[in-house]
Ligand binder design. Structure first.
Ligand SMILES: [Zn+2]
Length: 237
C-alpha cells in the first residue's frame, strides 16, 4: 500500500483536512480524511452519512499515528464507503448483478428487461429475497453446466446468507453459495463455481486442489485476485 500525505491547510488548525492517497479497489485514489484533535485520550474513526471519513484524535497525536490508524482500518472504511456508494436503492440508481446493469424503479420486486423493480418500502429486504431466487437459478444452472463440462459430481446446490465466503462445499458434495454472489461479474461467479466443484475432489486448499482448479480454469489466479476487490459486497446488503 502506498501512502502520501498532503496537508490541505499549511497551518494545522482544527479540524484539519488530510488527503490520503492509496489503492482503492485496485485504483490509486485519494481519500479525504477530516482530523479533529481535541482533549481526548483515544483515536476514533467514523464515516458520516455524507461519506466523510472523520478521525477524532488526542491533541498530541502525530500525523503518522493518524495515518497508520487509518491504514489499519482501511478495509472497514472501504466497506462503509462502498455500502453508501454502491448500494443506493433509490429510483434511477444502477446496480450490477452477475455483470449486467439494472436500473432501479418502484414496483413489485422483480427483474424485467433492464429494470429492477423494488417496492416503495423495505427495499433491502425485498432485494435480498430477489437475489436469493436469482442466485439459486443462475448458480444451479452454472454449477450443472460446469460439472458436466469438467466431469464433477456434486449432490446439491443451495443458497445461503453467508457474509464470510462466496461459496462452500462439504464432504458430501453439497455446495452452498452466498446470495451475495449476484454482486459479482459473471466470470468471477464462474470462478467460485469451479472452485467449489474442485472441492468435490479435494476438500482442502492443497497444491493438489489448485492443480484441479488450474486444469479447469488456467487464468484462475487473476480471477481470484479480482475477487478480493469485491469483498465489500459481503457487507453491502
Ligand atoms: Zn475453497
Amino acid at each position: 500500500m502506498l501512502w502520501f500525505v498532503k496537508k490541505m491547510n499549511a497551518a494545522a488548525r482544527n479540524p484539519q483536512i488530510v488527503l490520503l492517497f492509496f489503492l482503492f479497489y485496485g485504483i490509486m485514489a485519494a481519500m479525504k480524511v477530516i482530523v479533529e484533535r481535541s482533549k481526548r485520550r483515544t483515536l476514533s474513526l467514523t464515516v458520516s452519512a455524507g461519506g466523510d471519513v472523520v478521525v477524532r484524535a488526542p491533541l498530541s497525536s502525530s500525523d503518522e499515528t493518524i495515518r497508520s490508524f487509518v491504514a489499519r482500518h482501511k478495509r472497514w472504511i472501504e466497506n462503509r464507503l462502498a455500502r453508501q456508494k454502491a448500494f443506493s436503492l433509490a429510483d434511477g440508481a444502477e446496480i450490477g448483478l452477475f455483470g449486467k446493469t439494472f436500473v432501479i424503479a418502484e414496483g413489485r420486486a422483480r427483474i424485467s428487461g433492464d429494470t429492477l423493480f423494488l417496492p416503495a418500502e423495505g427495499r433491502e429486504g425485498a432485494l435480498a429475497s430477489l437475489l436469493k431466487r436469482l442466485s439459486a437459478r443462475e448458480m444451479k444452472q452454472l454449477t450443472a453446466e460446469l460439472s458436466s463440462r469438467f466431469g464433477f459430481t456434486y449432490s446439491s446446490v443451495r443458497i445461503s446468507s453467508a457474509r464470510t465466503r462466496w461459496g462452500s462445499c462439504n464432504a458430501k458434495g453439497s455446495i452452498s453459495y452466498s446470495f451475495r454472489i449476484a454482486f459479482l461479474p459473471y466470470d468471477l461467479a464462474y470462478y467460485v463455481a469451479v472452485h467449489e466443484l474442485c472441492h468435490t475432489r479435494v476438500l482442502n486448499h492443497s497444491v493438489a486442489f489448485w492443480k484441479e482448479v488450474a486444469a479447469c480454469l488456467p487464468d484462475y489466479a487473476a480471477r481470484r485476485k479480482r475477487l478480493r476487490g469485491y469483498e465489500w459486497c459481503m457487507q453491502a446488503l
